[in-house]
Each structure stands twice: as C-alpha cells, then as structure tokens.
Design a protein around this ligand. Structure first.
Ligand code: CTP
Ligand code: MG
Length: 552
C-alpha cells in the first residue's frame, strides 16, 4: 500500500511514472523504511537532498505553456517532477531524472549580456526563462501556495467544521509544509551548497529546525547547517603514522573562532555571488554564530549556521516525537498557532516564548498524561542501539532512532480533551519553583532564577527559554487560564448553525484564536487586571475540583 501511495503521489503530479515506481522499489529494498512507513529523519533527508541535487529553479516571466515547457526541458533529460509557484513572479522547480539533465540545461543556457552591469562568472542552478510567445500561456497547472492562510481566514474555515477534533486536524492541514514547499527548502539548501562548495568542496548544507522536524508552518524560516564533518576529521581516530593534511591544520584559538571565520567567508561569498540572496547579515558574535539573509526567489528567510550539531540532534528528536503519535503534531500545530494569534510568539527575536520552547512544553505535557502519550528522553536513550550512540562536546545525545523498538502506552484521550488539559496544566503550573524537563518527564526544582526554565534536552545546563521575561510568562499563563475556561463552556463548544448567515459564528478552537478578552480588558481598564485573572483562576479551580470529583 505504501508503495502504491508513493506511485499515486507521483502520478497525481502528472509525470515520471517509471521513475516513481523505481523510487518506490528502491525505498523498499534499502530497508530504510519501517514496516509502517515511518523512516528516520536522516533517511528522509538523504532522499530529499538527492532530489534537490537533480533540480533547478527557473524564474519565468509568466506561466509558460506546460506542454511546451516540458518539451523544451525534456530535450535535456527526463523530468521526474515539476511545479510552479509564485513569489514576486512565477517560478518553476524542475527535478530531472539525473544530474546530467541539469548539466545539459545549464550548458545550453545563455549568459546574459547587460551593458551597464558586469557579470560574476558563476553558473548557478537558478535560471530565468526569457519566454518567446509560443512558450507563454496563461492556463495550466495551478501555482502551489508557499504561504499559509491568515488567522482570520483560518477562523472562518474552522468555524464551519463539525467538531473540535476536526478543527484541530484542519488547522494542521492548513499550516503544515506541503510536499512542494519541502522540496523548495531542500533545493535552496542545495543551491547554497554550490556556493559553499567553492571553499569547501565536500561540505553539505542541511536544513534543520522546523523546516524538517515535522512542526514547520508554511512561511517559517529556513535554518541551515553547514556540515563540514566529512572533511574536518571530527570523530575520526588519528593514525599513528601517515600523511596529515596541512591545509586543515591552520591553527585557530578555538572551535568557535574557526566557525566564525568559516561563516565570515561564506557570508561574504553569499553576499557577493549568491544569486537571489539579499540583505546578508553576518551575526558572528551570537552564542551560535550565523549568517542571515533572505533568499528572494523562494521567499525564505534563511539562517545559516555551522558547527551546530546539537541543534541537528534536537531536530531529530522532535521529528521522532512527532512521528510517534499523530496527536503530537496536531497539538503542537494548534498551540503554536494559538500562541501566534495572541502574540505570545513573534517572528522578531526578543523576550517572547519561542516556537521551540513551546514545542518542548507540549511534549512535556504529553509525557505527563496518565498514561503518558510519549516516552521520556531518558527512556528513548535506554532503548538506543550501538548505532545511536552520540556524544557531542561532552553531551550525551544518544537516543533510539528505530521506531519498532518504541512501544507506546495505551492512551485514548481525544485531541479536544488534550487541548483543554494543556491549558489547565500550564494555567496552574508552578513556574516560580519548577523547571520543565523532557529528559526525565518530570518537573524539577529550578536550578537558576529565570521566570521560565525549560531544560535544554541535550545541553542540560542550558535553559531553552532564558530570553523569556516575567511579563511574557504571565501573559502566557493568563491566556492559558482564559482559553481553558473558554473551551470548557459547552455553549461555545458546539458548532453554530450557520443557516441564513453569510459567515458561521466562531466556536470551539476558532473562538480561541479570536482576540483575548482578558487582554482587551487589561488594556481598557488596567486597574481591573487582578480581579479578572483572579476570577478566571477561581473558576478554573472549581472546574478542576469538579473534574477530579468525576474521576473519583
Ligand atoms: N534550538 C535549540 N536550542 C534553542 C533554540 C533552537 O536547540 N535554544 C534548535 C532546535 O532544534 C530548533 C532549531 O534550533 O528546532 C531552530 O531554531 P528556531 O528557528 O528558533 O526554531 P524552529 O523550531 O525552527 O521554529 P520556527 O518555526 O519558529 O523557526
Ligand atoms: Mg526555525
């Protein structure tokens, strides 16, 4: 069935039947896929990277005629897959069956001559199509959306659903990365890889963070990691005798200094020669040095880091948790969206709670259910095999990757229950004393003074949410209180009849995404702040007592 589904996906896109069958067979053969279809993140990434290396990005003046466009491309090689999207113009992503197709296309392309500008002699895989009239056409395959719907559109959409459960799944569907967006992310990494390879021919640029951890929303930033491990000798045993490569031995004071100088030259290169890369900033003094820029043809905000192996591991961990039970991704998407709608998270760095912190908070909550929905990180470490062993800069980063070794406990709570309980859990969590710890799955005494303490799962002496101030934490708590109250109101929690109305009344999850009542009251009448949150708190306590009564 799995194999058939894959073929169907390819056929649906209209091209490459043979290639699809071959690919589905290869996946079955190489054993990187578990029986139930779940694959490790590394296996997924390898496949995506290979696709990206055989792909080009073409800027089109307007939508070309699909038939003629394909005919033109197929002169250079078989096309596996293609799609169009819009981002300040129309673009096409084209994957050839082999790299020869790309080479032939580039070979045949003309280098433009512009009288008032000089060209940098770098042949990239970002091309532009000067269309002759015969290639121009207005109809064809629709453009694939690369951005998510607005909150107001989402509220409208969710209001027509029949249950909170459906609202939550519908939200995930609206926000999650599409197949095309995911391909585009890997292609941008691959284009950047070509630039970085000018300095480091064997380097790999890999995406990490929400682009690949399963929790990415359309429009999220593209975190990239310049991986030099294959050439840096990291993790390699030194032989007693033999040749040593001198070019690698140029000394630097620290690994951090090496990272900074590598990113500095790559940043310069991206700035000077990177097609479509604009607004390049080299932020080298940050705890994790990075180069930030905007990749115009894709519309992605990119953060390029190096020597960031722990972040890569935490991406793998989040991916694993997201694959264990579908409720994990649904709840994370819902909470991330809810937090964004209320300004708890922001795209601007500051004292806000980050999406990463929020995700860890959801995971912790799911570990605390009775029975737990997901295991603790320590349990995942205990299940690890020899191939999973990993110690990075003294930090134990070992955990199991093989899904078949992980046995989950039976917990059949609905998404509606979990959403409500999430708000109750954090509305009453003892933030002032306790730290959130997904390694142990238990709150721990806070090791340091910080309003919100979430232990970094791998660098355990670090607080993931060190940046969060007391004001932002209390806003989060107040909104949890309000939302838990709202969602337990039965009359708000059932679909409203839309008969005769042009737009259905927001209810259930949709109502939770509307501007907060508490916030509104606070800004209108600052003096009444305490009584409002106190009222909600006491209502919550009474609800909690009532629920506990029911359980007994
Ligand atoms: N990360 C980390 N420790 C932190 C912050 C980030 O280990 N204190 C890692 C996580 O793996 C995270 C990744 O770096 O997923 C990227 O960070 P960021 O872009 O802040 O978070 P995302 O998960 O990508 O979420 P967003 O969609 O907001 O970009
Ligand atoms: Mg990110």
């Amino acid at each position: 069935l799995n194999c058939l589904q894959k073929v169907d996906t390819f056929l649906h896109r209209g091209v490459g039947t043979d290639a699809a069958v071959a690919q589905a067979q290869t996946t079955e053969r190489d054993g990187s896929e578990a029986k139930d279809g779940r694959r490790s993140l590394l296996a997924v990434q390898d496949e995506r990277r290979e696709q990206a290396e055989k792909s080009v990005l073409i800027s089109c003046q307007s939508r070309p005629s699909e038939k003629k466009f394909l005919k033109y491309l197929s002169r250079h090689g078989d096309v596996n897959k293609y799609f169009f999207y819009e981002s300040y113009g129309v673009y096409a992503v084209v994957e050839f069956a082999s790299r020869d197709g790309v080479a032939s296309l580039i070979e045949a392309a003309t280098i433009p001559s512009v009288s008032h500008e000089s060209m940098v002699p770098f042949k990239s895989r970002l091309l532009s199509l000067r269309s002759v009239d015969s290639l121009n056409h207005q109809s064809g395959l629709p453009c694939q959306p690369q951005t998510s719907v607005s909150i107001s559109e989402l509220v409208h959409r969710l209001s027509s659903e029949d249950s909170v459960e459906q609202q939550i799944t519908s939200l995930t569907e609206a926000f999650q990365l599409t197949e095309e967006n995911s391909r585009l992310r890997f292609l941008v990494c691959s284009l950047l890889n070509d630039i970085a390879a000018a300095y480091f021919p064997e380097c790999t640029i890999r995406p990490f963070g929400s682009s690949v951890n399963g929790f990415g929303k359309l429009g999220c930033d593209l975190d990239m990691f310049l991986d030099l491990d294959s050439i840096s000798g990291w993790n390699v045993k030194q032989p007693k005798a033999g040749l040593l490569l001198e070019y690698q031995m140029k000394r630097a004071n620290s690994e951090r200094a090496v990272t900074q100088s590598i990113l500095s030259v790559i940043g310069e290169c991206v700035d000077q020669f990177g097609p479509g890369c604009v607004g390049v900033q080299r932020i080298l003094n940050a705890r994790c040095p990075l180069v930030r820029f905007s990749h115009q043809p894709s519309g992605f905000q990119c953060d390029l880091t190096a020597n960031n192996r722990v972040a890569m591991i935490s991406t793998e961990l989040l991916y694993l948790y997201g694959e264990l039970d579908p409720r994990v991704r649904h709840l994370v998407f819902t909470i991330r969206c809810w937090a964004r709608a209320h300004g708890i998270t922001s795209s601007i760095p500051g004292a806000w709670i980050s999406n990463f912190s929020l995700t860890v908070m959801v995971l912790f909550f799911l570990q605390k259910r009775n029975p737990p929905i997901i295991p603790t990180l320590n349990h995942l470490r205990d299940l690890a095999g020899p191939a999973d062993n990993s110690v990075i800069e003294g930090h134990d980063c070992t955990f199991v990757r093989d899904f078949s070794k992980i046995h989950l406990q039976r917990n059949s709570e609905t998404l509606e229950t979990l959403l409500c309980e999430f708000f109750v859990f954090y509305a009453t969590f003892p933030f002032s004393r306790m730290s959130i710890n997904i390694r142990k799955g238990k709150e721990q005494n806070k090791p340091e003074v910080a309003p919100l303490h979430i232990q970094n799962p791998f660098e355990t002496s670090l607080n993931v949410s060190k940046n969060v101030n007391a004001t932002q934490l209390s806003r989060f708590v107040a909104l949890c209180q309000e939302s838990s109250w709202l969602i337990q109101q039965s009359e708000r929690n059932s679909p409203k009849s839309a008969a005769g109305e042009s737009s259905p009344t927001p209810w259930g999850l949709a109502a939770l995404l509307l501007p907060s009542q508490v916030e509104g009251m606070k800004s209108r009448k600052k003096r009444r702040r305490e009584p409002v949150s106190e009222t909600i708190k006491s209502l919550l306590e009474s609800l909690k007592n009532k629920n506990q009564g029911k359980k007994r």
